[in-house]
Design a protein around this ligand. Sequence first.
Ligand code: ZN
Ligand code: ZN
Length: 78
Amino acid sequence: MALEMKSACEQCGKSLADGHLAFICTYECTFCPYGAAALEWRCPICRGELVRRPGRVPPAETALSATETAGALNSGVG
Ligand SMILES: [Zn+2]
Ligand SMILES: [Zn+2]
């Protein structure tokens, strides 16, 4: 049985669609950034620490940073 990714804040019910910044505890209680900050980064349900939910990195951003790194290396060496 696959784990289901929650898509709403446990505290305020704010919609947290895939790709939105969200915070989860080890039991996957999910909170919006404002709720997590208000709770001082600790889950009120299981007392677990809230950490940033892993999200996708846009391909364009990855390509850009790779190019910048290559450019910096080229100009730095020599
Ligand atoms: Zn919230
Ligand atoms: Zn929790």
